[in-house]
Design a protein around this ligand. Sequence first.
Ligand code: AGP
Length: 614
Amino acid sequence: MCGIVGYVGDANVQEVLVNGLKTLKYRGYDSAGIALFDEGKIKIYKATGKLENLSNKLLNLNSEIKKPSMGIGHIRWATHGVANEINAHPHTSTTGDIVLVHNGIIENFKELKAELEKQGCVFKSQTDTEVVAHLISEEYKKTKNLKDAVKNALPKLMGAYALCIMSANESDKIVVVRKNAPLIIGVGDGENIVASDIPAIVSTTSNIIYLNDEEVAVVKKDSVEIENLNGEKVPVKVVRISIETDAISKMGYKHYMLKEIHEQPNIVRNLLCGRIGDVNQPIKLDEVKISRDVLKNLSKIQIIACGTSLHAGQIGRYLIEDLAGVSCEVEAASEYIYRKNTTDANSLVIAISQSGETADTITAVKQAKEKGAYIIVITNRPDSNITRYADSILNVNAGIEVSVAATKSYTAQLLTLYLFAIYLAEVKDEGKDKLVNIKKELLSIPTKMEEILSSESDIEKKADALSKYKNFVYIGRGINLPTAMEGALKLKEISYINANAYPAGELKHGPIALLDENMPVVSVLIPGHISYDKTISNCEEAKARNAKLITVTSSNDENLKKLFDVIFKIPEVSDLLSPLLTVLPFQLIAYHISNFLGKDVDQPRNLAKSVTVE
Ligand code: AGP
């Protein structure tokens, strides 16, 4: 959600900024803008819609831009005020002496705006961000120094921010600061770059500084200096990152989503490697720092997450309860915060977040932490904000996920939950033989995933034929219900087709009224559990209302062909491990329907990759 790039150096500044912003498009945006320090003044260019609109504008203006020495850029996902050029960043103070871009939310902007207007500041936009430019400008009048003006302004801001600021009076520096919003500094040779995320800096450097909250960095061409708000110098720690160039290229696939779907078997392989060696030996999960005694005596676990991560958590509940015999609650992070008396100092709370930047999940985790709970964070970004509150971090190691629709991170979260549930069961000495069998079966999962992916052309044909429907109902039971919910979410997100998921048993309690020949019912059917026959009965009830029946199943029962109109067959798998396989056809169905309909698969409308507002 929103992306920032800033650059000081000799390269073509506007090109570095636009190319950096391109790599951040996955975060979600609806307008873009840059500010260039050129010919002793700051020039600002903005455009609504796609980043290409800004690039084209810049191309046409090329003679107006001479040789900028630095610049800042931004892609905006509208929160305060519609997506137009006035509300697009960069924002300026009344006189234009301060220019900045911002990611996050200024919670007290209304109060600040009222005060600043009284002082004579003239506001142009409807954004919360603009108050920061005016505030810093007012401080600049007193300090005549950008860094000090920023430091004086910060204590007045409530909320979250990553800010990248230039002064028209200081031609050699960008000042950057963050609080609860991501911002990194890339250290180059005679050039420095700042950005919201790694992909924007990798073509400049692989040396990174992770800025802490409320540290102010002065970024010049040849130096980076950091101070805290008390004016104390902070030692600059540069770390070398391994550049994930594969992750940020499509590797020949039409879309990132498709590439990321195909990465899943290897992600699972890598996660299993070193954790399950000899299936007769306990699983290795050294990242769990909580003591074995505490784990043995746990009476309840709570899982909090949003969206796709929440679906992973819902499967995690079944695993923890089934394998480790510990009761487990799962709650949408945005709702958890309203629960009373549910978490205390004896609670174990597992927060799941691909990005580690989701505001709803972070707020919920903070609340749990304040109550003294032990926090495990499952994330794909171990350097993200949420990990600040973690006692243990389980890195799902899926690599950077660019497509807004989560696929590989979901599978990696799921696998991490399987590993954690087995680990907990082993600590508690629960059902050794069952665990050995599960570990054996887990090792076979990557090959079975590859088998499903190899039948993609068949899935594509069937999906294309389904793209004519405007509504779908997804159903599942038990451990298969969250997969049905995830399948429906994927379809909604990227094809904008209405798809609702229900527990199969709930169909007859209301949603069945929706069914007719225009409303296909999509089910998950895995034999070997009582839920199988019951779900078939629910499908028959739907058939009796003329609904077209579609299923993802591992069953070899030939009779299913009489009942179902479309069957997506997956390899044989136990009910408990089936979520690792059943989700693949759902991801591919959603992908191919969206692609067939010509939608923007990787950047669906209205969505952002990391949702940094509540
Ligand atoms: C997934 O396809 C979605 N884009 C969305 O539901 C996402 O899972 C949710 O916003 C949570 O994000 P997180 O895992 O980064 O916290």
